[in-house]
Ligand binder design. Sequence first.
Ligand SMILES: *[C@@H]1O[C@H](CO)[C@@H](O)[C@H](O)[C@H]1NC(C)=O
Ligand SMILES: *[C@@H]1O[C@H](CO)[C@@H](O)[C@H](O)[C@H]1NC(C)=O
Ligand SMILES: *[C@@H]1O[C@H](CO)[C@@H](O)[C@H](O)[C@H]1NC(C)=O
Ligand SMILES: *[C@@H]1O[C@H](CO)[C@@H](O)[C@H](O)[C@H]1NC(C)=O
Ligand SMILES: *[C@@H]1O[C@H](CO)[C@@H](O)[C@H](O)[C@H]1NC(C)=O
Ligand SMILES: *[C@@H]1O[C@H](CO)[C@@H](O)[C@H](O)[C@H]1NC(C)=O
Ligand SMILES: *[C@@H]1O[C@H](CO)[C@@H](O)[C@H](O)[C@H]1NC(C)=O
Ligand SMILES: *[C@@H]1O[C@H](CO)[C@@H](O)[C@H](O)[C@H]1NC(C)=O
Ligand SMILES: *[C@@H]1O[C@H](CO)[C@@H](O)[C@H](O)[C@H]1NC(C)=O
Ligand SMILES: *[C@@H]1O[C@H](CO)[C@@H](O)[C@H](O)[C@H]1NC(C)=O
Ligand SMILES: *[C@@H]1O[C@H](CO)[C@@H](O)[C@H](O)[C@H]1NC(C)=O
Length: 622
Amino acid sequence: MKLLALFLVLISLSQSRSNFLENEQRDISYPKQIDKLFKKLDEEYYHEEKEFQYFPPSFYQKRGLYSSSIHGNAMDKENSYLYHLVRQYIGCPDSNMFVSNFVLSALLDCAELGTIQIDQDLFEQTIDAILEFRDKNQKQGIPSYSFWMQQLKNQTWYSSPINLEKIANSMKYMPQWVKTILDKMGLKFVAMSDMMLDVFHLPPDADDSSVNIALGYRIMNSPLIRQSIKDKWIRHNYDINGFYNLLKKYSYRPFDTSNSSLNTIDIRTYFGFNEYLSQLNRTENFQLFTTWIMSTDDQIEKLIAIPNNVNNFDCSVLSNTLFGLHHVLIYSNQTEFDKIFDQELQGLYLNSTSIINYAINSQIALKYPDIAFFYYPSIYDFYWFVARNVHFLNSNKQKVKHNLIKQVADSLNESMKSKGTEFLLNNSKLDKNGNIYWEEFLGIYNNKTYNEDTTFSTVMALNALLDTWTISIDIDNGISNRIFDPKTPKNVTNTIQRGMQTLLKENSFSKSNQNAFFSGSFKSYNTWFYYPMNVNYYLNGTVFDPHNPPVVLNEQVAAVRGIYNQSEYQELLQQKWLGFKPFDKFLGYNYESISYPYWSSPSITLSMGMSLLSKYQSIKQD
Ligand SMILES: *[C@@H]1O[C@H](CO)[C@@H](O)[C@H](O)[C@H]1NC(C)=O
Ligand SMILES: *[C@@H]1O[C@H](CO)[C@@H](O)[C@H](O)[C@H]1NC(C)=O
Ligand SMILES: *[C@@H]1O[C@H](CO)[C@@H](O)[C@H](O)[C@H]1NC(C)=O
Ligand SMILES: *[C@@H]1O[C@H](CO)[C@@H](O)[C@H](O)[C@H]1NC(C)=O
Ligand SMILES: *[C@@H]1O[C@H](CO)[C@@H](O)[C@H](O)[C@H]1NC(C)=O
Ligand SMILES: *[C@@H]1O[C@H](CO)[C@@H](O)[C@H](O)[C@H]1NC(C)=O
Ligand SMILES: *[C@@H]1O[C@H](CO)[C@@H](O)[C@H](O)[C@H]1NC(C)=O
Ligand SMILES: *[C@@H]1O[C@H](CO)[C@@H](O)[C@H](O)[C@H]1NC(C)=O
Ligand SMILES: *[C@@H]1O[C@H](CO)[C@@H](O)[C@H](O)[C@H]1NC(C)=O
Ligand SMILES: *[C@@H]1O[C@H](CO)[C@@H](O)[C@H](O)[C@H]1NC(C)=O
Ligand SMILES: *[C@@H]1O[C@H](CO)[C@@H](O)[C@H](O)[C@H]1NC(C)=O
């Protein structure tokens, strides 16, 4: 019985079929399209709280959140239709706070641009849900958030994904033939999930926390949001300084040898950025925000652990971390500003900006996108995350007094307007009717595409371009318009205009709204673990041979401490690590032999689509 139920649970079929770009459809107006997306978005809202049960099968869902599901990137040699169906329709619904944060932010965009009215009750319900994700191990008021909700065990709050845990637990009792079928369907990691239960116990992170801070400051400062929502948010999140003290504490300081935790980083991150790190001036401070608000030393066995036991940095997460900080810096009064923005935070801010600029201006986005954007297989996520910083700073130019922020604003503006824009234009595609679109990798293999992530990619790339080249102008009481930078090149405005045309087709959001909005760090051959290391021990303290050990990743700490001399590092790259030679080339995100989980959220495609259409229609065309 349990078995049958699991299958029913696993296989949630929906009716829509992907036929992107097939038939030329008539255009519809902006208000009509936005209205249509708003209605579809409502179907992705968890209106009711639901418990997990095997029979009749039903997944846990937290009331007030927007949906997202964990899928597996299954692929076979032919890129056959069956695997397309597996990717598209087999997913485990998730209740995380991350996705809902972005949806609320997009809805607030629309309301500010005058295209929708926010339903305050639904909005408040989502805020209620999000606030429950605050890390309860921290002092009250510190806005440190985790991706999943926490539960209490032995006086420690640990986070866990209810649906995933139930599925993983039930794998313990599955007969081999079920696992074989899962394996054949390209979902080996599901069949093996009972061995990965500990991996789900994530610490709080800078990403979830920072998008909450950005959203909160917007809410607090918007006349379009009712007072009860503001009161609630600030009651839970008043100790902003406490939060930035945590980010400082767990930051990466490659040249600081005072405490061995501080100068240690994930071997994959080190590999991806080794050229950059090796040319840093060792007599200056260098300090980056890390992803996890935790260190190896502070892990709590079986309850809170960084996946792979060591911290990393990710340029997408860094961009979101800056976005949160920018809201704090722009909206705080002088006293608060001076208290928070101390010497150390200024250094973190400057250095994190430098590496984001490096990611835009070097070839790393092409060479090692899987490492540079560790948790984001969609590269357009990154460009948009940076672009919205640019838009926010450019729109608030007169409020920026501090020289360092001016310097950061100029450099991000410059990077996005030159190389960032070039990248986005370079990767645009033309359909047979002359409309412009973007696509990434979902279902694209063996010279075949099912256009699974086309709508999403088009929405994100256009949001990135618009946020780079437009600023917001307040008109009245929280309502604003966008205007183009007068120096916007013709090929940019032209590309945006023809991209918008694609999204105004009547059927454009009726096809696949799937995406790979984010994922775990493991999502390609290069994000396996075969890289040089000088830290190699089990959590119990026993050292292992880094070249040829038994591999028990859950219990191993494999890391790089300090900075290698570059000629030495190149030599080490010739050796075997954990039994294999390092991969030197990015081989894409689709493989016949391995699959990995990613999060798809049509709520993101729809809400970001609404935000995009609202921005563009508000621009005064002349
Ligand atoms: C509970 O936590 C205490 C320390 O906080 C520890 O000594 C003890 O072993 C833990 N018990 C269990 C069952 O994990
Ligand atoms: C080293 O620093 C980390 C991060 O701040 C901290 O968690 C850890 O407790 C420190 N370790 C020691 C031995 O001081
Ligand atoms: C490194 O930084 C120090 C202090 O800012 C400076 O004096 C020195 O010239 C720099 N060295 C290099 C090689 O850039
Ligand atoms: C500045 O902001 C803080 C935090 O919002 C507040 O507690 C304080 O009263 C404000 N100070 C002034 C002078 O407005
Ligand atoms: C890092 O920040 C320090 C200030 O803390 C600054 O002196 C240094 O130039 C920065 N380096 C980079 C590459 O941003
Ligand atoms: C951003 O950079 C462009 C040129 O690259 C410049 O024209 C524009 O004034 C800058 N915007 C702001 C707000 O500084
Ligand atoms: C854009 O494409 C051109 C020609 O293929 C290439 O030389 C350039 O490096 C690309 N730019 C970026 C930022 O990817
Ligand atoms: C895809 O097409 C290209 C050029 O059209 C060809 O060189 C390549 O072999 C094809 N790949 C596959 C896997 O069929
Ligand atoms: C767009 O136009 C600018 C100048 O107008 C030019 O420098 C740039 O190369 C063009 N970009 C592309 C991708 O065509
Ligand atoms: C430490 O853990 C490893 C891996 O589980 C094990 O092989 C080793 O024997 C342990 N060492 C000690 C001293 O317990
Ligand atoms: C780097 O290491 C190599 C060999 O380990 C050594 O010969 C060389 O002098 C070192 N270079 C620097 C700049 O320290």
